[in-house]
Design a protein around this ligand. Structure first.
Ligand code: ITT
Length: 199
């Protein structure tokens, strides 16, 4: 069966392909960019789970195929969980990773190491054309560096150092990141659900 990946974020797509293939999901994974005529859904939810479901349902309805979606972000302790669901557009322009990261670092410039706790969160949703839905979540706890390091990954990876690690997410290999990441955890939890509903 075909399974649509309801995301246009290239960083997510490459991670999701690896995570789902490693988990042995036999489905033919197709990116949303294969359906350029389908408009982007408005992310009007107030939680990662709500937004992931909105994206999955929109693609499933429009294509008639099962769809999985990711909604994710960085939640900073001293900012009461912000940027959170606004992570992709924290500095104003959707998907401008560098501007988002620079703004966040500026906002946290006075915050000492012991108060720089943060986590990545990910909701992974599956929607079927008949309206059936499932959503599961994963997170990655860590602390925020004062200066970016590393060139891997995407988004806020150069400043998030996972708990117990000495490198940032951007200094990990793709496989190392997927093994511990919010996205890896959420989508590995979604795999048995996909199998149950799609065979
Ligand atoms: P789609 O809606 O098309 O999936 P998007 O980039 O708009 O793509 P989100 O609304 O879920 O997706 O925003 C996710 C943002 O959170 C992303 O742009 C990054 O800034 C941040 N983020 C999520 N996961 C991350 C990760 O693994 N590493 C670094 N930053 C991450």
């Amino acid at each position: 069966t075909r399974l649509i990946l309801a995301t246009r974020n290239a960083g997510k797509i490459s991670e999701l392909r690896a995570i789902l293939a490693d988990a042995g999901l036999p489905h033919d994974l197709v990116g949303a960019d294969a359906y350029p005529d389908i408009p982007d859904v408005k992310e009007t939810g107030v939680t990662f789970a709500e937004n992931a479901l909105l994206k999955a349902h929109a693609l499933a309805r429009a294509t008639g195929l099962p769809a999985v979606a990711d909604d994710s972000g960085l939640c900073v302790d001293v900012l009461n969980g912000a940027p959170g669901i606004f992570s992709a557009r924290w500095a104003g322009t959707h998907g401008d990773d560098k501007a988002n990261l620079d703004l966040l670092l500026a906002q946290l410039s006075d915050i000492a190491d012991e108060h720089r706790g943060a986590h990545f969160a990910c909701a992974a949703a599956l929607a079927l054309p008949d309206g059936t839905e499932r959503v599961v979540e994963g997170d990655l706890m860590g602390t925020l560096r004062h200066t970016p390091a590393g060139t891997g990954g995407f988004g806020y990876d150069p400043i998030l150092q996972p708990e117990g690690a000495t490198r940032t997410c951007a200094e990990l290999t793709a496989a190392e990141k997927n093994a511990i990441s919010h996205r890896g955890k959420a989508f590995r939890a979604l795999v048995p659900v996909v199998r149950e509903l799609l065979g």
